[in-house]
Design a protein around this ligand. Structure first.
Ligand code: CUA
Length: 152
């Protein structure tokens, strides 16, 4: 009798141990932290944070965060404005096809891919209007795809 009880306890503990191990492996496999923030379902960009609220937010002294969505044929938000000397951290994605993101007069020039989140930063020391252009052919409206950053 006593042997059966000990066997029962042993089996229960083994089952518990396997359950914990399984749960850990499962949760680790489900949410790899490195990938989690760098991909987005391009069909759900408008519902996925932070892209559900494209815009510019001040995060510090002359430090801004711009969340942008590239689409055929434009960018959201349509216009950005910051004081001279501001650093902008851009976080962006595309909600349809591959677009470009070139800030004329700077060394910023990258591809914005659907399903990928791109990060880039730039400090705008000189006041002026900075044109953002799409330099990847994306369809019939490609040449009209642009937006402006106003630095005052
Ligand atoms: Cu978007 Cu060309």
């Amino acid at each position: 009798r006593l042997e059966k009880t000990w066997l029962g306890i042993g089996i229960t503990m083994l089952a518990l141990f396997l359950a914990i191990l399984g749960t850990m492996a499962f949760s680790m496999g489900m949410a790899p932290p490195s990938e989690h923030h760098h991909t987005v379902d391009p069909r759900k960009v408008a519902e996925t944070a932070p892209f559900d609220r494209p815009g510019i937010t001040q995060v510090g002294d002359k430090h801004y965060e711009a969340v942008m969505v590239a689409y055929a044929f434009g960018y959201e938000p349509e216009k950005l404005e910051v004081p001279a000397g501001s650093k902008i951290d851009f976080t962006m994605t595309s909600s349809d096809v591959v677009h470009g993101f070139e800030i004329v007069g700077t060394n910023i020039n990258l591809m914005v891919l659907p399903g990928e989140v791109s990060h880039i930063s730039h400090t705008f020391d000189q006041p002026g209007e900075y044109l953002i252009l799409c330099n990847e052919y994306c369809g019939t409206g490609h040449e009209y795809m642009k937006t402006t950053i106003v630095v005052k």
